[in-house]
Write a protein that binds this ligand. Structure first.
Ligand SMILES: Nc1ncnc2c1ncn2[C@@H]1O[C@H](COP(=O)(O)OP(=O)(O)OP(=O)(O)O)[C@@H](O)[C@H]1O
Ligand SMILES: [Mg+2]
Length: 184
């Protein structure tokens, strides 16, 4: 039931920012031995107190009902993070933007799989046409960052088959560089 992996949650939360009309989105992913945390900050339309008080209600959505949307993204994320002893925090200001931060204890038996993070990040980077998306990723002492602005500078158009393949390969290499064990 629900979003199956942490990468699915990341996709959903970043897509919420796109849907909120953000022109700038920053995704930070920090991981260590016990914790996997991600934060999405946007300059979208934001929410007032009334809306904020309802975002964890299942099926609360302000999206057009003609679009396939159910309003379960945030409730599922809250449930999945809290089940591991982790947490979710949402700060928002109407007309200014929103910050969503969630942490999962990856050692907890009920923690979902991280999933295919490089695939999710690549998909977000190539599908964020009118949005400036920057990703900061760290695991223990290693890190990388990548943005669609940088990719566009090199590739011009991110929708060509060549560019899409290139982005998936680059992100996969970057992910490997932070994930792989350092030989002793
Ligand atoms: N970054 C954001 N900026 C402004 N409003 C937001 C943001 N994220 C969520 N919301 C509000 O919270 C509601 C619920 O979000 P949630 O992700 O739970 O559902 P949804 O995006 O509407 O549908 P889905 O189930 O497909 O994710 C949204 O419809 C929107 O009104
Ligand atoms: Mg959503």
């Amino acid at each position: 039931m629900g979003l199956r992996t942490i990468s699915d949650h990341i996709m959903d939360i970043v897509q919420n920012s796109f849907n909120a009309g953000a022109t700038k989105v920053t995704l930070k992913i920090e991981q260590n031995k016990n914790w996997f945390c991600f934060q999405v900050q946007d300059n979208g339309k934001g929410m007032d107190q009334e809306q904020l008080s309802r975002i964890f209600d299942p099926f609360y959505t302000t999206r057009d009902p003609r679009i396939r949307r159910v309003g379960l993204g945030l409730p599922f994320l809250k449930q999945a993070a809290e089940m591991t002893g982790g947490s979710i925090e949402v700060k928002s200001t109407k007309g200014v933007g929103t910050i969503v931060k969630a942490c999962f204890n990856t050692n907890h038996v009920d923690c979902q799989e991280i999933g295919d993070l490089s695939d999710s990040l690549s998909t977000l980077l190539i599908s964020s046409n009118d949005v400036e998306l920057t990703v900061y990723r760290s695991k223990d002492t290693r890190s990388y960052s990548i943005s669609n602005a940088e990719l566009r500078e090199v590739l011009k158009d991110l929708s060509s088959p060549f560019a899409i393949k290139f982005v998936y390969q680059v992100v996969e290499e970057l992910e490997k560089s932070v994930i792989e064990e350092v030989p002793k």
